[in-house]
Design a protein around this ligand. Structure first.
Ligand SMILES: NC(=O)c1ccc[n+]([C@@H]2O[C@H](COP(=O)([O-])OP(=O)(O)OC[C@H]3O[C@@H](n4cnc5c(N)ncnc54)[C@H](OP(=O)(O)O)[C@@H]3O)[C@@H](O)[C@H]2O)c1
Length: 182
């Protein structure tokens, strides 16, 4: 049986972030669900009530604090939700073309993953950049209709997190747990 874990999720009020919160909370994790306007997120408020009535306490907060050492455990992992579009090695086909600012932001975030992976490796951190795949969310729907639900995507990504070792620190992966070229 896995030990209980504490997870902080940003962008947790909708889309992939909300699916993370739901699956983690239902698995018994203590979840700090961060977003810009917690009081305006009906799904989060409802989930918090239903989970609190069950066995787990879930907390909703406004994201504002920098990384706090009190949250650091012996097996701390940081998952940066990236995208294949952040890969300099990949030439996308329509409809995923001409997303220059988005691509640059994900490439920059991948660099941050590498920097922190190197900087904190001796403290036992595992940093990962993972593409969740093309997913049915407000953002994913901008490109058409994906066959993948947020629940399916998050299940795959949680599996990557659960099986990650120090060998994976600083890696860039797709939701199938395959290495992606930076
Ligand atoms: N969906 C896909 O197909 C897909 C594919 C590859 C990667 N991704 C990545 O997956 C992650 C989640 O995307 P999603 O598909 O779940 O998108 P989404 O449904 O559109 O949700 C976006 C989330 O990000 C928050 N957010 C947006 N801008 C923000 C800002 N400036 N500051 C703080 N929070 C902000 C939103 O909060 P508000 O509600 O307050 O706006 C919302 O919680 C993103 O990093 C995205 O790049 C998604």
């Amino acid at each position: 049986m896995s030990p209980p874990r504490t997870v902080l999720v940003t962008g947790s009020n909708r889309g992939i972030g909300f699916a993370f919160v739901k699956q983690l909370a239902e698995s018994g994790a203590t979840v700090f669900a961060c977003c810009r306007s917690p009081s305006q997120s009906d799904p989060l408020q409802q989930l918090s009530t239903s989970i609190t009535n069950g066995k787990t306490f879930s907390s909703i907060m406004r994201a504002q604090a920098p990384l706090d050492k009190r949250f650091i455990s012996r097996k701390a992992q940081v998952l940066n939700v990236s995208s294949l579009l952040g890969s300099l090695s990949w030439t996308p086909e329509p409809p995923f073309t001409m997303c220059s600012a988005y691509r640059a932001s994900k490439a920059a975030m991948n660099m941050i993953t590498r920097e922190y992976a190197n900087h904190l490796k001796d403290e036992g951190f595992i940093f990962l950049s993972v593409c969740p795949g093309w997913v049915q969310t407000d953002m994913g729907d901008l490109f058409g209709r994906s066959p993948n639900t947020p629940e399916m995507s998050v299940q795959c990504v949680l599996n990557i997190i659960d099986t990650a070792t120090s060998e994976d620190n600083g890696k860039y992966k797709n939701f199938r747990n395959q290495i992606v070229d930076f």
